[in-house]
Design a protein around this ligand. Structure first.
Ligand SMILES: Cc1ncc(COP(=O)(O)O)c(C=O)c1O
Length: 391
C-alpha cells in the first residue's frame, strides 16, 4: 500500500474529493475573473455570467433537461429539496394541500415534510419493501383529489436502492400530480434523464460528484407542464426570483466541469464499481458473515451496505479507521445513537441496524485499495467476534 494515503477514503456517499480538473477550471474565477454574474455592464460581470450559463448548459446535458433555463442554482441538495417541496406546495395551494413521500427519504425531504405538516399541509409517508422499494400501486392508492406533489428519491443514500422513477413519474402525470425526486446520490453516478423519467422537479448536488461543496441545483420543468414554485427567500432577482442572492461563480463553474466529467466517465467508472462492490459483498459475506442490504439488482454500483449480525457497526468502523474511512450510514445522522430509519424501514430490528456499515466507492479508489478494505474489515470483524465470545 506504498502509494496510498491512509486512511483510504471509501465514504463517497457522504462527500467526494474535488477532482483536480474541476479545481483547475474553478481557479481563475476566484481572483482574476471575480465579477458578479448579475453585473452585466462591464466585462468582469459579463465573463462571470457567461461562465455561469455555460455551467447551466453542462448540467442540463447531464440530466437531459431541455436547456439550462430549467436549472436553478442553490447551495446543495438540502436547499433544493426544501425549495422544491415548500415552493411547489405554496405555488399550487389552490389545487390542494397533500403530498406523498416515503419513509426512507433523506432528512432533507422528511424534515421539510414535517415542516409542511406543521403549517397545515397533509403528508402521506409510504412504507418500503425489504429491498427499499415503494410500491407504485401504494402511490396510486394514496393519491387524492387534494394531492399536489409526490416526492420519491431516485437512489437511497444508505442502501443504494434505485427506485423505478420512470413509473412513479408516470403515475404522477396520469393523475395530474407533480413529481419531485431527490437525486443527490444518482446524478453523476447513473444515467438520469428528466424527460424520459417523467420528472418535474429534481434536486442534486455538486459535492457528491467530485465537484466543490456548497453548490447544488434544482431542475424545474419548463414545459408540459410548466412547473411553478414560490421562493423561500426574498431579496433579489437572481435565478429568476426563485433563489435570490449573488451567485457563487467559482463553485458553479466547478459544478459544471464535474458534471461534464461525470457524463463522460460514468460508463467506465460503473463497470469498475460494479466489479469491486460485488467482490467486496461476496468476500465479506464469505469471510465475515456479512448480509447485504438493499436491492441486489437495482442498486448504485458504488454502494455497499452490510450487516454483521452480533457485531457493533461502530466498533468495526473504529477498528479500521486508521486504514479505511467508512461510515455507519447517512453522514447527516451519523452522530446520533438512533438506529438508521432506512434500515428499520426494511424490517430490520434495531440491533441489526446498529450492526451495519456503509461503504461508498468512488473515482479515486483502486483495485489494490479494494483488496485492502476486504482484508481490514474481515480481520476487524473476526477480532471483534473473538472478543465477544471471550466476554
Ligand atoms: C439523498 C440525499 N439528499 C440530500 C442530501 C443533502 O445534500 P447536500 O449535502 O448537498 O445538502 C444528501 C447528502 O447526504 C443525500 O444523500
Amino acid at each position: 500500500m506504498a502509494d496510498t494515503n491512509l486512511p483510504i477514503y471509501m465514504d463517497y456517499h457522504a462527500t467526494t474529493p474535488l477532482d483536480r480538473r474541476v479545481l483547475d477550471e474553478m481557479m481563475p474565477y476566484f481572483a482574476e475573473k471575480f465579477g458578479n454574474a448579475s453585473s452585466l455592464d462591464h466585462p468582469y460581470g459579463h465573463d462571470a455570467s457567461v461562465a455561469v450559463e455555460a455551467a447551466r448548459e453542462r448540467l442540463a446535458r447531464l440530466i437531459g433537461a431541455r436547456s439550462g433555463h430549467e436549472i436553478v442554482f442553490t447551495s446543495g441538495a438540502t436547499e433544493s429539496d426544501n425549495l422544491a417541496l415548500t415552493g411547489a406546495m405554496d405555488a399550487y395551494a389552490d389545487r390542494g394541500d397533500h403530498m406523498i413521500t416515503c419513509v426512507t427519504e433523506h432528512k432533507a425531504v422528511l424534515d421539510t415534510a414535517r415542516h409542511l405538516e406543521s403549517i397545515g399541509k397533509k403528508v402521506t409517508y409510504l412504507p418500503v419493501d425489504r429491498h427499499g422499494h415503494v410500491s407504485t400501486s401504494d402511490i396510486k392508492d394514496a393519491i387524492t383529489d387534494r394531492t399536489v406533489l409526490i416526492s420519491i428519491m431516485t437512489a437511497n443514500n444508505e442502501i443504494g436502492t434505485i427506485a423505478d422513477v420512470k413509473s412513479i413519474g408516470g403515475v404522477a402525470h396520469d393523475h395530474n400530480v407533480l413529481f419531485h425526486t431527490d437525486a443527490a446520490q444518482a446524478v453523476g453516478h447513473i444515467p438520469v434523464d428528466v424527460q424520459d423519467m417523467n420528472i418535474d422537479l429534481m434536486s442534486f448536488s455538486s459535492h457528491k460528484m467530485c465537484g466543490p461543496k456548497g453548490v447544488g441545483a434544482l431542475y424545474i420543468r419548463a414545459m408540459r407542464p410548466r412547473v411553478r414554485i414560490l421562493p423561500s427567500m426574498h431579496g433579489g432577482g437572481q435565478e429568476r426570483y426563485m433563489r435570490p442572492g449573488t451567485l457563487n461563480v467559482p463553485a458553479i463553474v466547478g459544478f459544471g466541469k464535474a458534471a461534464e466529467i461525470a457524463q463522460k466517465e460514468m460508463p467506465d467508472e460503473n463497470k469498475r464499481f460494479q466489479k469491486w462492490s460485488t467482490e467486496i459483498i461476496d468476500a465479506l459475506s464469505e469471510r465475515a458473515g456479512a448480509i447485504h442490504n438493499g436491492d441486489p439488482d437495482n442498486r448504485l454500483p458504488h454502494n455497499i451496505s452490510l450487516t454483521f449480525p452480533g457485531i457493533d457497526g461502530k466498533a468495526i468502523i473504529n477498528s479500521v479507521s486508521e486504514r479505511i474511512a467508512i461510515s455507519a450510514g447517512s453522514a447527516c445522522t451519523a452522530q446520533t445513537v438512533e438506529p438508521s430509519h432506512v434500515l428499520l424501514a426494511l424490517g430490520m430490528d434495531a440491533e441489526d441496524a446498529h450492526s451495519s456499515i456503509r461503504i461508498g466507492l468512488g473515482r479515486f479508489n483502486t483495485e489494490a485499495e479494494v483488496g485492502h478494505a476486504i482484508d481490514a474489515i474481515s480481520g476487524a470483524v473476526k477480532d471483534l467476534r473473538r472478543i465477544s465470545t471471550l466476554a
